[in-house]
Design a binder for this molecule. Sequence first.
Ligand SMILES: Cc1cc2nc3c(=O)[nH]c(=O)nc-3n(C[C@H](O)[C@H](O)[C@H](O)COP(=O)(O)OP(=O)(O)OC[C@H]3O[C@@H](n4cnc5c(N)ncnc54)[C@H](O)[C@@H]3O)c2cc1C
Length: 128
Amino acid sequence: MVDRDPLPFWGRGRVTLLGDAAHPGYPSGANGGTQAIIDARVLAYHLAVEPDPVAALAAYEAERRPVTSAIVLANREMDRVGRNKSAAPGAPSGESIEKVTEAYRKAAGEAEKLNSRASLTPPGVVRD
Ligand SMILES: Cc1cc2nc3c(=O)[nH]c(=O)nc-3n(C[C@H](O)[C@H](O)[C@H](O)COP(=O)(O)OP(=O)(O)OC[C@H]3O[C@@H](n4cnc5c(N)ncnc54)[C@H](O)[C@@H]3O)c2cc1C
């Protein structure tokens, strides 16, 4: 039940973060577990296709940090408007719950787009 500002970086060298350690948010969007699983899949993908683990972790962070940062901020706004909390400095005010929910949905990804994305299974791996 903790919300944190998006981090400017997740790691260095062979160290990185994943899931709530990387991008904790209020459970308003009910999506943190899902995002942690996507982190794991993207991380595994880059480690599988990139021989250099440092480059793999950098590619993972480059792909996931912007997406999850946007989700955390949209989630925060949805939580604020949903609970009628006062706006943080600089936050858009006077937004309806429909608007902030739609912004959250866009940040998290629309189902059709997510379902039509390329598989994260590395090429050459045979699935059952
Ligand atoms: C009320 C609530 C409702 C939620 N509903 C949803 C939902 O409907 N859908 C959804 O997708 N997400 C939901 N979430 C979010 C989801 O639970 C989290 O985003 C997800 O569990 C994060 O997974 P994680 O593996 O990153 O972290 P965690 O699940 O927190 O796992 C971290 C683990 O590390 C362990 N640990 C900590 N320190 C150490 C240490 N020093 N040594 C060893 N182990 C350690 C902890 O005990 C824990 O088991 C909800 C969260 C809350 C609080």
